[in-house]
Unconditional design. Structure first.
Length: 455
């Protein structure tokens, strides 16, 4: 069956492709032939505006042929080496580039192939750091509900995405979860006239209940990602988090896989709050989809502890520091710097949020518009006054996404469960950083038309 007007993927010989194990066999994937700026172009020549930035990955835009040309020109200087006992100039250059835009006090970078691996690295490094410092009982992780930190069993354990956790519950590690800074549905602050930071103080309670001597690290997305798109905490939230972590010797890991690298109009989203994490994880936009790449930025304190003690980190992936991926990452960094793309999402994002605010006034089903830069989340409700979500059987955002795709704009429905596992419809708008105001208008107009047709 053909879904949303797309055709079954075909092999080079023209037969239906049965060789790929699809993520969802209930739908037929749209086969993309090439990209251009903010557009994906399918094999029939149809143009689709990529309002998702392909899951928040693409920053510099699709179809940047200069990257392939630079890689070809570099030739055999980009040679694979295994990162045990070997290095390459490309990972060293990219590490220096990342540190040049990171919060002050970050000291080194460990490369991997994506965000899940970056967070896995942070989990293991935090454990070994405490172990080597003579605190062997520190092994517990604290994170938040409505979070997402990766798809490996360890990072899924840290995640608070209930719908993805449930199938694998028997395999998951025990991780302590606390409430997110989700003001729209906050049980602590409902009716109290504003944020009390009780959700931040819940971290201290969790640490004390678990025993401070057993807690290793706290993981948080600076702005909540795809599980509850675009939730921005109170201005003092991360200051309080940093104080609590320092009080009890707990490491703070900022997961910037989605929100980092310019997405919010800053190199890293956590810079809005003036707080230095002990580790920052990154992925997605650091290679803009032109290569698989992730990174764990590590504080000077942790780096110096391992470096001066000549300690060995018991960890590693075959493709850690892959020269080709790091070469591409460096070229993306150069493009981002030259074209001012670390800052541009703040400017063009202001236009996006202005348009979305007007749309919120037109459609009562829009409960909240939130986010920063070119990372916008929109939550939809059946009743705005009570904030009651749509019943899951209505498949509100699935129908919304289908309607927008029919209008030439790609948007994916949010993961179910934004309302603490009891439904909750939301979408994420995270286009490439090169998007124009006219293309932003195209996204908003497609959303407006679709909501009007659904009402």
């Amino acid at each position: 069956m053909v879904c949303n007007g797309s055709k079954p993927a075909k092999s080079d010989e023209g037969e239906d492709d049965v060789t790929v194990f699809q993520r969802d066999f209930a739908t037929e994937p749209l086969r993309i032939a090439r990209g251009e700026g903010v557009y994906l172009i399918d094999e029939d020549g149809n143009r689709h505006l990529d309002a998702m930035g392909s899951a928040g990955v693409v920053g510099i835009g699709h179809g940047r042929t200069e990257i392939a040309a630079a890689l070809a020109a570099a030739g055999d200087t980009v040679t694979f080496v295994y990162n045990v006992g070997f290095s390459s100039p490309w990972q060293e250059r990219l590490a220096a580039s990342l540190l040049s835009i990171a919060p002050a006090g970050m000291g080194s970078v460990y490369f991997s192939s994506g965000g899940s691996e970056a967070n896995e690295t942070a989990i293991k490094l935090a454990r070994q750091y405490h172990l080597e410092r003579g605190e062997p009982r520190r092994h517990k992780i604290v994170s938040r509900w409505q979070s997402y930190h990766g798809v490996t069993l360890a990072t899924l354990s840290v995640s608070g995405r209930t719908s993805w956790r449930q199938p694998f519950d028997p395999y998951l590690l025990p991780v302590v979860h606390i409430a997110p800074p989700y003001d729209y549905r906050c049980a602590y602050c409902a009716g109290d006239g504003g944020c009390s930071l009780a959700c931040a103080d819940e971290l201290e309670k969790a640490i004390l209940l678990e025993g401070p001597e057993t807690v290793s690290a706290f993981f948080a997305e600076p702005i909540i990602g795809t599980t509850c798109s675009g939730v921005v905490p109170h201005a003092n939230y991360y200051k309080r988090i940093r104080e609590i972590c320092d009080r009890y010797g707990v490491l703070f890991v900022a997961d910037e896989v989605l929100t980092g690298y310019g997405r919010t109009g800053r190199p890293f989203a956590i810079q809005e709050w003036g707080v230095k994490p002990d580790m920052i994880t990154a992925g997605k936009a650091i290679a803009s989809g032109y290569a698989p790449l992730g990174a764990t930025l590590i504080s000077e304190e942790i780096t110096d502890f391992f470096r001066t003690g000549k300690r060995r980190f018991v960890h590693g992936f075959t493709f850690s520091g892959h020269p080709g991926s790091c070469f591409v990452g460096q070229k993306v960094f150069e493009i981002m710097t030259r074209e001012n793309l670390f800052e541009r999402p703040a400017t063009i994002g202001a236009h996006l949020f202005e348009r979305l605010a007007a749309l919120e006034q037109r459609h009562a089903c829009i409960g909240q518009v939130r986010g920063r830069g070119l990372f916008a989340g929109i939550e939809f409700v059946a009743d705005r006054a009570s904030r009651r979500p749509f019943d899951e059987t209505e498949r509100f955002t699935a129908r919304l996404a289908a309607g927008m795709r029919a209008r030439g704009v790609i948007i994916n429905p949010g993961v179910p469960g934004a309302n603490f596992g009891k439904g909750g419809d939301h979408i994420q708008i995270s286009p490439p950083f090169v998007i124009s105001e006219a293309e932003v208008d195209q996204i908003v107009e497609a959303l407006d038309d679709t909501l009007t047709a659904m009402s």
